[in-house]
Design a protein around this ligand. Structure first.
Ligand code: UDX
Length: 473
């Protein structure tokens, strides 16, 4: 069986790389010539641990190719994955233009039976629209409209761990509808994922609409857990309780479990914000309320500004002359993805209040600049007060506070003594609860985590009062 993956973005490349590594002959199709040239030359346009190695090995061994030639790509695969983007529109609903134009393109190039597999995260009912678009093209060409099937196979890949998630899935969701091709489609999908079903079947078979909704339900559930814990954390702060102890106390209940209970400065990324919005918008379109998911989003928006609110409470609303360091820009570690990253909201808000921001991230610096330029469009002057540094410690010289926004490994055990010496005021706002509040209090560093039994653990460290702008200090 041969595989074609349409769309060489994040999901498409991971899918193509992993399937080629399982031995399938894979063709990746993308309309972006520069991207395809880059891939052919062994470069990978995104940062994902292990992806570059996997692609270059399988490329060298002839199992994966990259092309812009639609006819070649459609002829190649018995299975055609659609893995193109579904960006959120103004109203939160998913934009299906790319998916539907791929469907039409497939219909224009189809010569024999193909199994079309929807990998993109798409609203319920999209498979039917893909089916209609392919049929329309086939009818135009006077061909049988029965020479394909459309199934849904949502991805559950976490950025930074995508290869592992693909190669060691908790489950594989496959939605196939009743019809003349049902058996054949099920056999093909079964063969495709046979490597993962050797010991016990990890495939959960269902109908297409249920599979489409499963993806949204999974992401909304995970996002809800995070927002729920963020609210508990904020309450814990007010009550003098510790959210980390609460996390362990509730996680031990098998029905709850430990994962995705970490309070922080809000979730970001390409999935949770977009998918929760799309779910709310789908529900609205069908006259249904999605109150829990709606609240999840609202809590998350508030959570992103929590650290700035705390800083302002201590230093005042006007941060002119203040220097603030930020460690971690990407929405989470091991990625350079800045989509919906809390750092964007935090940095813009600091700059608007007049602060000077020095930021460090191990890989996301370039992407962060691109994102911040977008966010500050029309207010470009704000970025005069922003600079990126090449080392974490370089961000700290003379600052009034450090905000830790992403839990990169190399932030876990910093040299606190050196940090204290470098900062104008030793004050850490820990958006990922990396540090031990008591240890920092012993070191004389003011500390605020999220739900760590503190309004401010070490009140003895007073902020420096500004008479002259601190930038020259
Ligand atoms: C997520 C889903 O996990 C994945 O299954 C789906 O296919 C795509 O969306 P991803 O966006 O890559 O994956 O990242 P994930 O590791 O899930 O983290 C998402 C966000 O939630 C990050 O900003 C992270 O910092 C935050 N998070 C996660 C928390 O704040 N607390 C937690 O306990 C877990």
């Amino acid at each position: 069986m041969r595989v074609t993956v349409i769309g060489s973005g994040y999901v498409g490349l991971v899918t193509g790389a992993c399937l080629s590594d399982l031995g399938f002959k894979v063709v990746c199709l993308d309309k972006d010539e520069d991207k395809v040239k880059m891939l052919q030359a062994g470069e990978v346009p995104i940062y994902e641990p292990g992806l570059k190695e996997l692609l270059s090995r399988n490329h060298a061994e002839g199992r994966i190719r990259f092309t812009t030639d639609a006819q070649l790509a459609i002829d190649h695969g018995d299975i055609l994955f659609i893995a193109v983007g579904t960006p959120a529109q103004e109203d939160g609903s998913a934009d299906l233009a790319h998916v539907l134009s791929v469907a039409a393109m497939v219909g224009r190039n189809l010569k024999d039976f193909k199994l079309i597999v929807n990998k993109s995260t798409v609203p319920v009912g999209t498979a039917d629209r893909v089916r209609a678009a392919v049929k329309h093209e086939l009818t135009q060409r006077g061909m049988s409209s029965e020479m394909f099937d459309v199934v849904s196979n949502p991805e559950f890949l976490k950025e930074g761990a995508a290869i592992d998630d693909f190669m060691r899935p908790d489950r594989i969701v496959v939605g196939i509808d009743d019809g003349i091709h049902h058996e054949k489609s099920q056999r093909m999908m079964g063969d495709l994922y046979a490597s993962f079903n050797r010991h016990h079947s990890r495939t959960v078979w269902m109908d297409v609409r249920s599979a489409e909704l499963t993806k949204y339900a999974a992401n909304a559930m995970l996002a809800t857990r995070i927002s729920f814990m963020n609210e508990i954390a904020n309450l814990a702060d007010a009550l003098g309780a510790d959210v980390d102890q609460i996390r362990r106390g509730i996680g031990a209940d098998n029905r709850i479990g430990y994962s995705f209970l970490y309070a922080g400065c809000g979730y970001g990324g390409s999935c949770f914000p977009k998918d929760t919005q799309a779910l709310v918008s789908t529900a609205q379109a069908h006259g249904q309320l999605m109150s829990v998911v709606n609240a999840t989003e609202q809590v998350n928006e508030r959570q992103k500004t929590l650290l700035v609110d705390r800083l302002v409470k201590r230093l005042g609303d006007d941060l002119t002359g203040r220097k603030i360091a930020v460690w971690g820009l990407a929405f989470k570690p091991n990625t350079d993805d800045m989509r919906e990253a809390p750092s964007r909201v935090v940095i813009k808000s600091l700059l608007e209040r007049g602060a000077h921001v020095t930021a460090y991230d191990p890989v996301a610096g370039h992407e962060a600049m691109v994102a911040l330029k977008l966010d500050c469009a029309g207010q470009e002057a704000l970025l005069n007060n922003f600079n990126l540094v090449a080392h974490d410690m370089d961000a700290l010289h003379g600052v009034d506070a450090l905000m830790v926004l992403t839990e990169w490994k190399n932030f876990h055990n910093p040299d606190f003594q050196a940090m204290k010496l470098s900062m104008r005021t030793p004050y850490i706002l820990d958006g990922r609860n990396l540090y031990n509040p008591d240890a920092l209090a012993d070191l004389g560093i003011a500390y605020q985590g999220i739900g760590r039994r503190n309004e401010l653990i070490n009140l003895s460290v007073e902020p420096v009062m500004l008479e002259t702008p601190a930038l020259n200090a």
